[in-house]
Design a protein around this ligand. Structure first.
Ligand SMILES: N[C@H](CCC[C@H](N)C(=O)O)C(=O)O
Length: 256
């Protein structure tokens, strides 16, 4: 089985061209492929498939092998992969578990339109919202010293969130136009170098607090930008922009 390895600001994925629908959608195989010692190693696995109404379809799995909700960095990497496969020229639309996405690619930078966000709920002083995946957003100081794994795991497995899980983002303001975000990711059950839907969720809370439309977001794995328009309680026309790169390609025997 041929595979490609992509990363978007350090959030990394095994990408498979599954337009022939030959890939076995088996949790054990996917978990093994994502294993960083016994497999290729990745935060997730993404299948590119055909769709009658769209340029392509996205199917996303976390590294625990379970199919999951939307992956923002994965969506950006999939756009770069589809461009590499000559599926489209500059702009595309694809279908994912959370609905339709527009995207464009230029010089390795992918702009991905995210779903609209109806509102931001509060849990104490923290925020809870869904940007295609569920997110918890907490502002902290000295984020470089923060124990993201322990604190993130505690919230993710707390009684409120245990059953369905939630991704937990910790945010520190860097300037009036930039934040730093670190994320404990559901389904990876660890901190990842970047989480696209988490960066988007964190950015929307910052835009709301500061009445802005654009914010730069720094992550452990690199820099992203988020644009959004506020309408009442909702956010529309949300775009996540940043690099997406092919790291290597290879063949793997699925009986690994
Ligand atoms: N782990 C997330 C999905 C991937 C999110 C992240 N990799 C992104 O870039 O959005 C979840 O199960 O909700």
């Amino acid at each position: 089985m041929e595979f490609y390895k992509y990363q978007g600001t350090g959030n990394d994925f095994v990408m498979i061209d599954n337009r022939d629908l030959q890939f076995p959608k088996d949790q054990k195989i996917i978990k093994k492929l994502c294993d960083r010692r016994f497999g290729v190693g990745a935060d997730g696995l993404i299948l590119l498939e055909n769709d009658a109404q769209y340029d392509f379809k996205m199917v996303y799995y976390n590294s625990d092998g379970g199919e999951s909700t939307m992956c923002g960095n994965g969506g950006r990497c999939l756009v770069a992969f589809a461009f590499f496969l000559d599926i489209f020229e500059e702009k595309c639309t694809f279908i994912a578990i959370d609905g339709e996405h527009e995207a464009e690619i230029k010089n390795g930078i992918v702009k991905l339109k995210m779903i609209d966000v109806e509102n931001i709920s509060l849990d104490g002083n923290d925020s809870v919202l869904n940007t295609g995946s569920p997110h918890y957003v907490k502002y902290v100081d000295n984020i470089d010293l923060f124990n993201v794994f322990a604190e993130g795991k505690q919230i993710r497995y707390s009684p409120t969130y245990q059953e369905k899980g939630i991704n937990v983002n910790f945010v520190e303001k860097i300037s009036d136009e930039e934040i730093f975000v670190r994320t404990y990711e559901r389904g990876v059950e660890d901190e990842t170098f970047s989480c696209g839907t988490g960066v988007t969720a964190s950015a929307l809370t910052f835009l709301e607090k500061n009445n802005l439309n654009t914010v730069k977001v720094e992550t452990l794995g690199g820099k992203l930008k988020v644009y959004a328009e506020k309408k009442g309680e909702s956010f529309l026309n949300i775009w996540l922009e940043g690099p997406a790169k092919q790291v290597f390609r290879g063949k793997i025997d699925l009986s690994i």
